[in-house]
Each structure stands twice: as structure tokens, then as C-alpha cells.
Design a protein around this ligand. Sequence first.
Ligand code: URA
Length: 238
Amino acid sequence: MAESILKADETIREVFGQIKTTLRAQAEIGLETPPLSSSSLEYMGRGPAHPQSLEALREYIGDCERCKLHLSRNQLVFGEGDSTARLVFVGEGPGRDEDRAGRPFVGEAGKLLDKIIRAMGLTRGEVYICNVVKCRPPKNRDPEGDEVAQCLSFLEQQIQMIRPEVICCLGRVACQALLASDFKIKSGRGKWHAAMGIPVMPTYHPAYLLRYPSEKRQAWEDVKEIMKQLGLEVKSDD
Ligand code: URA
């Protein structure tokens, strides 16, 4: 009995898999999808999905081909850290090192971010780190509007699931995605904003700080604001 149920289950999975492949192939050559229920569309990756955890969201995103960045990336970089973090850092998109490692902020900019996190009295494992786009833009160019538009809901879902007390936007691209499309980092950094009802502190991107080390002092002021908001001890600079 158990054996025949398993066999039936296997057959159903296989049939579904074949339907899915056929419908995808039809869509690729421009054939209309027949009317399908919302759950079938969701299964096809076309309809709205409401994953309930970061793991489920990662699974839903899958081996994403929703925008052209998939053509040049090695691997998707979803994000990592504590799923209940009080603080989420949002960067722009993976660079070469992240694309190789499949992890966010592991290159030179990442080493500086690690130092910032440690200077706050936190560890990388206590925060959550992710990016606006999950795939590396070629030659490290800025992500384009259509790429951000395609990926933004994943970032929003990550934030919604974690519901941190503070979001730290690293650089202009993250600020423009989460706050305002005309956000200016020089004038907007260091002040509290809000996204999805969560306080947001914009600061310079670590890669920018590596190029312009004299701006680190300003960035540290922004980080101290975050520490105050989280009730972390801020030691005096002198
Ligand atoms: N720069 C980013 O914006 N994100 C990364 O993950 C690495 C570098």
C-alpha cells in the first residue's frame, strides 16, 4: 500500500514537472499560457507568492532568470545573518568576490563593513546583510532600473520577515531603492528616514569609504546614531 502511494506521488511529481517544462517552453516562444489557477501560476513562478520564511523565499527565488543579470552572474547572492536581527545592512549588489562566494560583502568593502560591525560591538552573525539586487551587475556597474524593479520585492520580503529595529542603507543605490528615487547620499546621510515603517539610517557605501577614507569620520557619526537607536554603548571618541 505505502509503496503504491509513493509510486503515485512520484508519478504526479513527474507529470507536474513535465507540464511545467512544457508551459515554460511555450512561454519562451511567445505562446500564451492557458488560463491557470493562482496556485498553478505560483507553482510556475509567475504569480504572487508569499513565502513565510527566509529559507522559503530563497527557495522561491530559485535559479532566478527574471532579469538580464542572470546572464553574467556566477551565483545568486541572497543575503545572510540572523533572521531575527535588530539591524539589517542593505548594499547595492554583489561584486566579483561575492559572485564567486555566493555571500554578501566578503571582498575589500566587506572587510571594512566587518570592521564597522565590530566597532559597534556586534558580530556579523548578529546582524543581517543583503543587497538590493541579488546578482552581480557586469563590470560592477550600477544596477539598472528594470533590474532593481525585478529584485526589489525580494529585499522587501527579507525586511518584512526580519522586521529589524533599524535598516542601514549603504550608499546611494540602496537609498534610492528603499527611500526615494532622487535620494542624494551627501545631503541625506546621517539623518533618520523610514521604509516599511522601520527607521532607516543612510550612510556611505564601504567601497566609497575605501576610495575616500577622509569620509570615514562622517560615516562613523552615522553609525553612532544607529548604536544610540539600538541602545548600544557609544564610547566617546576622545
Ligand atoms: N558591494 C555591495 O553593495 N554589496 C556587496 O555584497 C559587496 C559589495
